[in-house]
Ligand binder design. Structure first.
Ligand code: GLU
Length: 504
């Protein structure tokens, strides 16, 4: 591949970025990095009616959180900027005029009312209304008016649009993922390229910018596949080389039926956005970041939505993804979103982290809840003992909360199973054993207590279960002597005494 790979992610800032959009950005990023190319962010904000405050910042923050920053884009001006279409407004009209000159476009003066009537008439005849070669001569446009009539209308300030006039032929287009497709262009409509408000439509702005920004590959969602023929025709009509195209498969609901939507996430309890979205006057939506997911896990999961490495390997760092990525391994059928698999990726990434990294996050979470944790070192050791069983930092409260706060309640089932009539006496005797022990390491405590149990010829469970219950409040947790050693002899004794008081 040539060294000049330039790809772009071109979202419209109409709200929070769906994870499908993040997947598109990721595949563009991977493709760019794989080929030492450039990854560009272009904000397609020509439709001011759909513009949503904060959406652009959200997009940038999402890419940064995923560790897939853009090389060129808003705030990172390269030679091809500006990167917001609203700041490129004045560039588009000349191309619309060039198309008119080339005979590939025309002015149309039809009013919204006239078009509505035409649509109603078509519907009355059970036809879908389409404005193209079969009826364009019935409308008010520069193909039916004389040059001076057109001029007259413009001079008096009539609204007009510029429409495309597709050449009628069998068009062969090639998609890197779908391969060759044959299109009968007589089925296309005469798309509006330039609107009466002086702004281009998506189609014109998109191809002009891709051309001016020297985009080599357009990698985008499958919902744009139906526009590809029009885009290719536009390039042809402007005598420009078209970029290569790759349309990524849709992300489907967990059931496999239809596109994944925010509603699916709400219903089944998973986010469909990378970050939380909390508009001032609007509905709040959850995000992967705030739900405790690691960006590495989210990226890994997204990579597998529509791509596969062709091997059994499933855990990939971003660098490994860059090395392995190729469009040849992108599927052409929809990718089912699987919330359980997403959790699995998170779990895999979570346990791989250093104890100190998880420890820092957990310490912060403890602090936020006003729980004293002593030192970070202590938290790190605790994390090392329980990390394997956690998927999120939040899980550590349940798995390890007792290291920081003594139980005040005891799990009822566990208590009735482990605390018998003679337990209080046994526990009192054990307190004496623990107090006598000089070595208060986990091994030291274990040797002392286990030695004593053997001496007394008691069953292990009779002692170990109530001991655990006293320290933890339930019968779960890591090695009980690790716990005792970490919280210290004094606290261990205090907790046993409390249990005796409470359970009798
Ligand atoms: N602005 C379009 C979108 O919102 C871009 C489509 C494309 O990549 O061409 O997805």
């Amino acid at each position: 591949m040539s060294a000049d790979v330039r790809v772009r992610f071109a979202p419209s800032p109409t709200g929070p970025l769906h994870i499908g959009g993040v997947r598109t950005a990721l595949f563009n990023y991977l493709f760019a990095k794989k080929h030492n190319g450039t990854f560009i962010l272009r904000i397609e904000d020509t439709d001011q009616n759909r513009y949503v405050e904060g959406a652009e910042d959200y997009i940038v923050e999402s890419l940064n959180w995923c560790n897939i920053p853009y090389d060129e884009g808003p705030g990172k001006d390269g030679v091809y900027g500006p990167y917001r279409q609203s700041e490129r407004k004045n560039r588009y009209k000349k191309y619309a005029l060039q198309l008119i000159e080339n005979g590939a476009a025309y002015y149309a003066f039809d009013t919204p009312e006239e078009l509505a009537t035409a649509r109603e008439n078509a519907e009355a005849n059970k036809e879908t209304f389409i404005y193209n070669h079969h009826n364009r001569l019935n409308f008010t446009n520069s193909l039916t008016l004389t040059e001076s009539e057109v001029q007259e209308r413009m001079d008096r300030g009539d609204d007009y649009v510029i429409r495309f006039k597709p050449e009628i032929k069998t068009l062969f287009i090639f998609d890197e993922i779908r391969k060759g497709i044959e299109i009968d262009t007589s089925l296309l409509d005469d798309k509006v390229l330039f609107k009466s408000d002086g702004m281009p439509t998506y189609h014109l702005a998109n191809i002009v910018d891709d051309h001016e920004m020297k985009i080599s590959h357009v990698i985008r969602g499958e919902e744009w596949l139906p526009s590809m023929a029009l885009h290719v025709l536009l390039y042809e009509s402007l005598n420009w080389d078209a970029p290569k195209f790759a349309h990524l498969p849709l992300i489907l609901k967990p059931t496999g039926k239809g596109k994944l939507s925010k509603r699916d996430g709400d219903k089944m309890g998973f986010p469909v956005f990378p970050l939380e979205w909390n508009p001032e006057n609007g509905e709040k939506s959850s995000g992967y970041r705030e739900d405790g997911y690691l960006p590495e896990a989210v990226v890994n999961m997204l990579a597998f939505l529509g791509w596969n490495p062709g091997t059994e390997q499933e855990i990939f760092t971003l660098d490994e993804l860059v090395q392995s990525f190729s469009l040849d391994h992108v599927n052409n059928s929809g990718a089912k979103f699987d919330p359980e698999k997403t959790k699995w990726f998170q779990q895999q990434w979570f346990v791989q982290q250093d104890d100190a990294v998880v420890g820092t996050a957990f310490a912060k979470a403890l602090q936020a809840k006003g729980i004293e944790y002593g030192s970070e070192e202590f938290v790190n050791i605790v994390v090392g003992l329980v990390k394997e069983r956690a998927v999120f930092v939040e899980d550590l409260f349940e798995l390890a909360g007792f290291f920081f706060t003594a139980p005040i309640e005891f799990d009822e089932k566990a208590a009735s199973k482990s605390w018998k009539e003679d337990t209080a006496d046994i526990m009192n005797n054990m307190i004496a054993v623990i107090q006598k022990t000089e070595d208060d390491s986990a091994v030291g405590l274990s040797d002392a207590v286990k030695g004593w149990i053997k001496e007394q010829e008691m069953g292990f469970g009779k002692v170990m279960m109530p001991l655990r219950l006293s320290l933890v409040g339930s019968l779960m947790g890591p090695d009980v002597f690790e716990i005792a050693s970490l919280i210290g002899k004094q606290e261990t004794v205090r907790r046993i005494q409390f249990a005796i008081e409470k359970l009798g």
